[in-house]
Design a protein around this ligand. Structure first.
Ligand code: SAM
Length: 274
């Protein structure tokens, strides 16, 4: 039973971090002319109205990207430049639309979404003939089946909603299985910070894995003791080598601007060496 709907959360502080890391990885891949494959295991709808009843109910965009879109932060600019045309029409692009916007001839996107209505929206917003394939299938299974890709260059985003406790373990296992099939792939895994003890456990699973070159990038907007999602993180396998420096340069100001109390909270940790 799928109940999570990203329509309530599009453009929130977690999307700011997630989509910034995603775009950094994408731009890094595009430094080379050789084509690549993008795999989005949990793609969502691709485009979200910021005037819908769902978005207005939570107001999360205003507290997230809406707060920093005009901040002028240099490291954030590639993302804000890319989002701006859609935002003018009061729509926030999700991960598949962000990647679609930058696909070059020869690059491919494989977008998985299980929710029936969200799948229809994704197909309408993001399917592109012979370039972006939308599938109503389980993204974990699809990922395993697609790897290794013919292009020998892959960017993977694993972005579940963690509605079930078992999802954390499943995500780590799926990442390891994917990596075993294609060790040079860039794999990005999003996670929410709702319960710190659970995240400590999640980190331990990655530390105990066989994966190599695994980094954690986390940004919080409130103290862990507060209620709800106080922050989020991205675990990155084979991230661009510049990412840690750019993250450490951007985060003091970005996380302060997004926080509820003018405090900056972020961390970078190497979970597995190369
Ligand atoms: N990646 C999107 C973005 O950044 O714009 C947001 C995705 S949202 C957090 C997670 C999506 O995964 C939901 O739309 C949900 O319906 C879908 N979903 C849940 N389980 C899935 C599965 N096993 N395979 C594919 N999609 C799934």
């Amino acid at each position: 039973m799928l109940s999570y709907q990203h329509h309530y959360h599009a453009g929130n502080h977690a999307d700011v971090l997630k989509h910034w890391v995603l775009l950094e990885a994408l731009l890094h891949l595009e430094k080379k002319a050789a084509p690549f494959d993008y795999i989005d295991t949990h793609a969502g709808a691709g485009l979200y109205s910021l005037t819908s009843a769902e978005a207005r109910k939570t107001n999360e965009y205003s507290l997230g990207m809406g707060r920093v879109i005009d901040s002028g932060l240099a490291e954030l600019q590639p993302l804000t430049d890319l989002l701006r045309p859609s935002l003018k029409n009061r729509r926030y692009p999700g991960s598949p639309a962000i990647v679609n916007a930058l696909l070059r001839p020869g690059d491919h996107a494989h977008l998985f979404e299980l929710h029936p209505q969200t799948y229809i929206e994704l197909d309408k917003n993001c399917a592109r003939k012979r370039q972006s394939y939308v599938r109503r299938e389980d993204g974990f299974i699809g990922l395993k089946a697609l790897l290794p890709v013919k292009s020998r260059r892959a960017l993977v985003l694993i972005d579940p909603s963690y509605e079930l406790k078992g999802d954390y373990k499943k995500v780590c296992q799926a990442t390891e299985q994917a990596w075993l099939k294609m060790q040079q792939a860039i794999i990005l895994i999003w996670y929410p910070v709702v319960d710190r003890a659970r995240i400590n456990q999640f980190e331990k699973q990655f530390i105990a894995s066989r994966l190599k070159n695994v980094h954690l990038f986390e940004m919080s907007v409130a103290d862990d003791q507060e209620q709800g999602m106080t922050g989020s993180g991205m675990i990155a396998v084979n991230p661009p080598w510049t990412l840690a420096d750019r993250f450490n340069s951007l985060m003091p100001e970005l996380s302060r601007q997004l926080s509820v109390d003018d405090q900056s909270r972020f961390r970078h940790r190497l979970l597995r060496p190369e």
